[in-house]
Design a protein around this ligand. Structure first.
Ligand SMILES: Cc1ncc(COP(=O)(O)O)c(C=O)c1O
Length: 364
């Protein structure tokens, strides 16, 4: 075997920063960590709603042998649910963002993106020949300045509706107004709003009635929907374009029917989960109102950041919570800036009062 010191060197750098990532198996702790906000996956709601024994096998790319009626019917159903003309299912949210941002903005075009946008958005932009500039998180003055000063060619503005690390919301109304004023195309990643925000969990865009102002919306199924995959919503033209040019759609094996059926079942459940969404809301309020001894990020959502500066310190704190049976994970530098290392606490509808009380008491 050839020596692999070049790998070791990079891993050692991580070790020195106290930021080495390792996989962990579940240990049956109280879940303050997963994206299963409503408990659809935890409570096996999809299985209980009866799956019909469709194939687990997949036959190829959607453009070859991998397309089938159920996936197209599900795309139509989801597009209707989200009040969009059309939708295209991707194998994951990562693939969807990569696919959209790598193939739509062209050389000479401009992408303006929130500085806290997800890695999949950044990776998509890196594959595009367009110029990309970030604006400070949720800073509409800076976005306006950049729309005036640096935007050239066709311009795209990209944001998450609920930010995955900080849990706060994008000022979508102001953003949509700026996009209108400067003829920019708005792209919104609704990963952490899907299933949660809006009367039936339609997302923040629809809650604000902005669906016709968006060029593209990305809804992922791996969070509250409790499944796997994502849909890109937009015009029929956008769907046709992605089928032709989006490499993360074209050059990959389609999701198997059993996965697509699970997505359809979960989406049929979403309108029925008002009580579950209420329970999640109650837990969010309970946590936000509780006195704790740390600075917290200002978030109205299930994602609550508690700042414990320093990789060493935040890791120690997470170990203490883990030892008490609470699955809370630390977010370390370089994932977040130095001094804003944090516990990323994810609240769920199914977290009980006792679990919430235990969590809060350990943060006092
Ligand atoms: C904002 C955001 N977009 C996209 C993704 C990727 O979605 P998926 O896990 O389905 O690949 C995530 C999840 O990590 C996310 O938080």
């Amino acid at each position: 075997m050839l020596p692999e010191d070049f790998l070791l060197k990079k891993l050692d750098e991580r070790r020195v920063q106290n930021a080495l990532r390792q996989l962990k198996l579940p240990e049956g702790k109280v879940d303050f960590c997963s994206n299963d906000y409503l408990g659809i996956a935890t409570n096996r709601m999809i299985e209980k709603a009866s799956l019909s024994g469709l194939p687990h096998g997949s036959m190829g790319s959607r453009l070859l042998a991998g397309n089938y009626a159920l996936v197209e019917e599900t795309e139509k159903m989801l597009a209707d649910f989200h009040a969009a003309p059309a939708g295209l299912i991707f194998n994951s949210g990562y693939d969807a963002n990569l696919g959209v941002l790598s193939c739509i903005p062209q050389k000479g075009d401009t992408v303006l993106y929130d500085s806290l946008c997800h890695a999949s958005i950044r990776d998509g932009m890196r594959l595009s020949f367009a110029r990309a500039f970030s604006f400070a998180h949720n800073d509409m003055m800076e976005l306006e300045r950049k729309l005036k000063l640096v935007a050239d060619g066709t311009c795209f503005v990209v944001t998450e509706s609920v930010f995955s690390m900080d849990g706060d919301l994008a000022p979508l109304r102001e953003m949509a107004a700026l996009c209108r004023r400067f003829n920019a195309h708005l792209i919104v990643d609704e990963a952490h709003a899907t299933g949660i925000i809006g009367p039936k969990g339609e997302g923040l865009v629809q809650e604000l009635g902005l669906q016709t102002e968006c060029f593209a919306r990305i809804h992922t199924f791996g969070k509250a929907v409790g499944c796997h995959g994502a849909i890109v919503l937009g015009s029929v033209l956008l769907r046709d374009y992605l089928i032709n040019f989006s490499r993360s759609f074209i050059y990959t094996t389609a999701l198997p029917p059993v996965s697509v059926e699970a997505i359809a079942v979960a989406y049929r459940l979403l309108p029925l989960l008002n009580e579950t969404r209420d329970r999640l809301r109650r837990n969010i309020i309970l946590f936000k109102n509780a006195a704790i001894g740390y600075q917290r990020l200002d978030s109205p959502t299930a994602i609550q950041g508690v700042v414990v500066p320093g990789n060493e310190e935040v890791k120690k704190m997470a170990v203490r919570l883990q030892e008490a049976g609470l699955d809370v994970r630390p977010i370390l530098y370089p994932t977040v800036p130095k001094e804003s290392e944090r516990l990323r606490i994810v609240l769920h509808a199914f977290n009980t009062e006792e679990e919430m009380e235990k969590l809060v008491s350990m943060l006092r």
